[in-house]
Design a protein around this ligand. Structure first.
Ligand SMILES: Cc1cc2nc3c(=O)[nH]c(=O)nc-3n(C[C@H](O)[C@H](O)[C@H](O)COP(=O)(O)OP(=O)(O)OC[C@H]3O[C@@H](n4cnc5c(N)ncnc54)[C@H](O)[C@@H]3O)c2cc1C
Length: 589
């Protein structure tokens, strides 16, 4: 009897332990946050809040939600709401997000994935929608490696880190169903020696695992934007189409203090938002947007700002320095039979590189058929493709960011990542590509070969193929260099220890922090979004704790009394009457 109860207990612990870590989740979208979303054109020319978060992205949303538990918060996001871009709401739209501008061939200023090409010549994108890049990414969700925490320059409270990850995961992360292709990738990785099999696991451990996803089993995306729902929506105002131009400082104190921001709405009208006493401005505009805004606001290298005639608020030599992007090198197999598309769910983790794969169906229409020679295909052909990608750990190569305009924040800065300039990065890529070569030799992959007229079987590739002699370092290095592209995990520009301190406060200033990927020296784990969301929650709680201590010491304003709505009056005044309020909510307007 005792034995049976013990077994039951163990089973229960195992069951709840598993669920705490990763749930099977298939839930409808939760658009409750839309109650707090307003088109910036409806906001007054001047307002005051306790906290202003610049950028409603991957880190910005959980941060704002957390602060709104006790204080009034304004989020300023230059993009639109996700509902205005249905492609960001579903896995099936992922490729469309990356293709849209190609059709239009110009940046209309509103597409959710804003394109830019780095000075290295590599095409890249950045999120421009509420929820940020978490709304245009591939959904793969995996926690950071231990080294990230030990080397980040932050004194982490690891219990709080754990709770912050869980806070995110319980709401938006699903345990994925493995598609046929993802199962093949898992088998092949294990066969190629990337073991052990770590099962379904959000943690970063050497071997092969199935990780979480922000796509649920119906393919619905639950990005960082849904974390806004966890805040107190009464205290939260989210302005969309609100492009922050610069941060305003008071220089009355020994160190300059951030006191407000200037932003423009979609009609080009300028607004000013200020912070109340003991409030803060938090920059969460991403690895390109945050260093850009610091520079435009007069915080950056003295000689550089002087050369642009930008008034210097605080000389800070490292803003825009140490930019990095993890190179992606992949091989693309044309699959000889129709295959269901799948986003990455499996990862092979080694000390030097990570391997992930996605299967996609690309529309294919022959454009060079001889006139009248064959009937025009009545329906578009589809090409089933498996993209097997390798990302190196780190990277160690560093680049920098320069402004493209000293006045126009909409002009994407010039960014140079200097891929593979550090020899370790190159040798890691070579090891990773050799592993891809081994992967192709596994039994699991054999059925994806084509047979030619002579009965010989081989893979059909779209794009670069691995060198024939994979033991030759120089041809492997040349392959890495020539096939480099991005895995979109770029980071840096406002590094911890260089631009911000271990509490993410901008060194040499008051009331200003940076909380996003620009603070990272290395990319956390295999994929950064889990850690960015965790940090948003973690820093938000830290700020609330610090504020409570300040209030306890009898210093100043207390948090909003329970049950009171801090916001609303201004909006009603601006929109005229309460019934108009709903039309202030954007829904793409
Ligand atoms: C195509 C793609 C696929 C990816 N796949 C994955 C994946 O599968 N898994 C994973 O973990 N990671 C993935 N990533 C990386 C990950 O999504 C990003 O690293 C992460 O989302 C960045 O978070 P962030 O908070 O630093 O910035 P963001 O989420 O980009 O947020 C910055 C926000 O600030 C806003 N902003 C910028 N400037 C201003 C301004 N002046 N005024 C107002 N608002 C402003 C932007 O519009 C944006 O919403 C992918 C990225 C991309 C682009």
């Amino acid at each position: 009897m005792a034995q049976a109860s013990l077994s039951l207990l163990i089973l229960l612990i195992a069951f709840t332990g598993f669920h705490r870590q990763l749930q099977v989740l298939s839930s409808e979208y939760d658009f409750s946050y839309m109650k707090s979303v307003y088109n910036a054109t409806y906001l007054p020319p001047e307002e005051e809040y306790d906290y202003i978060v610049i950028g409603g992205g991957t880190a910005g949303c959980p941060l704002a939600a957390t602060l709104s538990e006790e204080y009034s918060v304004l989020v300023l996001e230059r993009g639109n709401a996700p509902k205005a871009h249905p492609s960001v709401l579903h896995a099936s739209g992922s490729l469309a997000n990356l293709m849209r501008e190609e059709e239009e061939d110009v940046d209309d200023g509103d597409t959710p994935a804003q394109r830019f090409t780095s000075e290295d010549g590599v095409a890249n994108v950045r999120g421009r929608v509420l929820g940020g890049s978490s709304m245009i990414n591939a959904g793969f969700f995996s926690r950071a490696d231990n080294e990230f925490f030990s080397k980040s320059g932050v004194e982490w409270d690891l219990d709080e880190v754990e709770k912050a990850y869980e806070w995110v995961e319980e709401s938006i992360v699903s345990r994925p169903d493995l598609s046929a292709w993802q199962s093949v990738v898992k088998e092949a990785l294990l066969e190629a020696g990337v073991g052990p099999d770590n099962g379904v696991n959000l943690k970063h451990e050497l071997g092969t695992k199935v990780s979480g996803s922000t796509f649920d089993e119906m393919g619905r995306r639950h990005g960082a934007v849904e974390l806004l729902n966890k805040g107190d929506l009464k205290n939260l105002r989210v302005a969309i189409h609100a492009t922050v131009e610069r941060i305003i400082f008071s220089t009355k104190t020994a160190n300059p203090s951030a006191i407000g921001v200037i932003y423009t709405d979609s009609k080009g009208e300028s607004h000013k938002a200020s912070i109340r006493q003991n409030g803060e401005i938090i920059l969460s505009a991403g690895a390109v947007g945050s260093p850009q805004l610091l520079l435009l606001s007069g915080i950056g290298p003295h000689s550089y700002l002087s050369s642009l005639n930008i008034p210097i608020v605080h000389s800070q030599p490292n803003v825009g320095k140490f930019m990095a992007d993890n190179p992606r090198n992949n091989i693309n197999l044309v699959i000889p039979f129709p295959y269901i598309p799948s986003t990455a769910r499996v990862v092979g983790i080694t000390n030097d590189y990570f391997i992930e794969s996605a299967s996609i169906n690309l529309p294919f229409s022959p454009t060079s058929l001889p006139f009248g020679f064959l009937p025009t295909p009545s329906s578009p052909l589809e090409l089933s493709l498996a993209v097997i990608a390798e990302k190196i750990v780190g990277p160690l190569s560093r680049g920098s960011l320069r402004l493209a305009s000293k006045t126009d924040v909409k002009a994407t800065p010039h960014v140079q990542f200097n891929y593979f300039t550090d020899p370790t990065d190159l040798s890691r890529c070579v090891s990773g590509m050799r592993k891809l070569g081994e992967l192709l030799k596994t039994k699991s992959m054999d059925r994806f070969k084509y047979r030619d007229f002579n009965g010989a079987r081989d893979f059909m590739f779209l794009g670069p193929t691995l060198p024939t002699n994979q033991s030759d370092d120089s041809s492997m290095e040349a392959f890495c260099q020539s096939s480099v592209t991005t895995i979109w995990h770029y980071h840096g520009g406002c590094l911890v220890g260089k631009v911000v301190d271990g509490d993410f406060k901008v060194i040499g200033t008051n009331s200003l922090r940076v909380v996003d990927g620009s603070t990272f020296t290395i990319s956390p784990g295999t994929n950064p979004q889990a850690t960015l969301m965790m940090i948003g929650r973690y820093v938000g709680l830290k700020i609330l704790r610090e504020r409570r201590e300040l209030n306890y010491n009898g210093n100043s304003l207390s948090a909003i009394p329970q049950g009171q709505n801090y916001l609303g009056s201004h909006i009603k005044a601006t929109c005229g009457q309460e019934t108009v309020l709903s039309s202030c909510v954007c829904n793409g307007q």
